[in-house]
Design a protein around this ligand. Structure first.
Ligand code: OGA
Ligand code: MN
Length: 287
């Protein structure tokens, strides 16, 4: 197994390993520690089946189904498919996913630990995925602001994203999602359970306001944090090759899927998602 760093902010390419095969525990342990250190691992040329993808992923934790009902896979509940191709003759629900900076499941009380995204089809250029290192985002804030953020929480609402006209979701489905996924309150700084490092936890796609403040009061600080957290020097931008498997740590990253390609060409990705630990609480529960 060989490792090559991909950027200052994170990302490492790992070659010389076939993830479709049974791997000894020492190799899996090395992968896990590289993942914790580099945040995003890229494994090129992994031309494996869905079953192999699921099998490899399971070795890093339990797999979850997508929290939004209509995005759950039908054939394989553990697989979340991202495609711009019509599905059963209907426009894809996932064609426009991830167009704003976010951390997966920040609108739930159990955000995933990480994800393993496999590229099955790719346009001739573009279709990138962009990652931002939230440890760096936190560590580069002044101590006074770090102190202030330690006492603050943010309200995340999945439907902010769709209500703003992102994604391709009908109004009925948005309402359904609202009921199933009411706004949640999350700490603005979280401590990574495995590394013990602090990471900024804000997501522009879903962050509505600071808990206890009005949207107007919250906006200046939130806007600053959204901008600051994704400064170019904190990022790694992944240029996909077909059959890359990208394994990222959702607890210390945000990511973005820019619409940087010819939409008449197919982009098709399959994701497995590692179930996280409880974090945050539902807003309504507080009354
Ligand atoms: C995701 C996502 C990234 C992409 O899988 O969570 O946001 O590049 N998509 O499709
Ligand atoms: Mn995502």
């Amino acid at each position: 197994m060989r490792l090559r760093k991909l950027s200052y902010a994170g990302g490492a390419e790992i070659t010389g390993v076939d993830l479709g095969k049974d791997l000894p525990q020492v190799v899996l342990d090395d992968i896990r520690s590289a993942w914790l250190e580099h945040l995003v691992l890229v494994f090129p040329e992994q031309e494996f089946t869905i079953e192999q993808h699921i099998r490899f992923s399971r070795q890093f934790g339990e797999l979850e189904e997508h929290p939004l009902k209509n995005l759950q896979g039908t054939n394989y509940p553990e697989i979340f498919e991202i495609t711009n191709e019509p599905v059963d003759g209907k426009p894809s629900e996932t064609g426009e996913i991830g167009r704003q900076w976010h951390s997966d499941g920040a609108y739930t009380t159990r955000p995933p630990t990480g994800s393993l995204l496999h590229c099955r089809a790719l346009p001739d250029v573009g279709g990138n995925t962009w990652f931002a290192n939230m440890y760096m985002a936190y560590e580069t804030l002044s101590p006074k602001l770090q102190e202030l953020l330690a006492g603050l929480e943010v309200v995340n609402d999945v439907n902010l994203y769709y209500r703003r006209g992102n994604g391709s979701r009908s109004q009925g489905k948005v309402e359904e999602d609202s009921k199933a996924n009411p706004p949640v309150i999350q700490p603005m700084v979280r401590t990574h359970p495995e590394t013990g490092r602090k990471a900024l936890f804000v997501s522009e796609a879903v962050g509505v306001r600071i808990h206890g403040m009005t949207e107007e009061e919250s906006a200046p600080l939130l806007q600053f944090l959204f901008r600051h957290s994704t400064r170019p020097e904190f990022t790694y931008r992944h240029y996909w090759r077909r059959f890359d498997l990208v394994f990222w740590d959702n607890r210390c990253l945000q990511h973005l899927a820019p619409k940087d390609f010819d939409f008449s060409q197919v982009r098709h990705m399959c994701r497995t998602t590692l179930t996280g630990t409880p974090c945050g609480r539902v807003e309504a529960a507080l009354g």
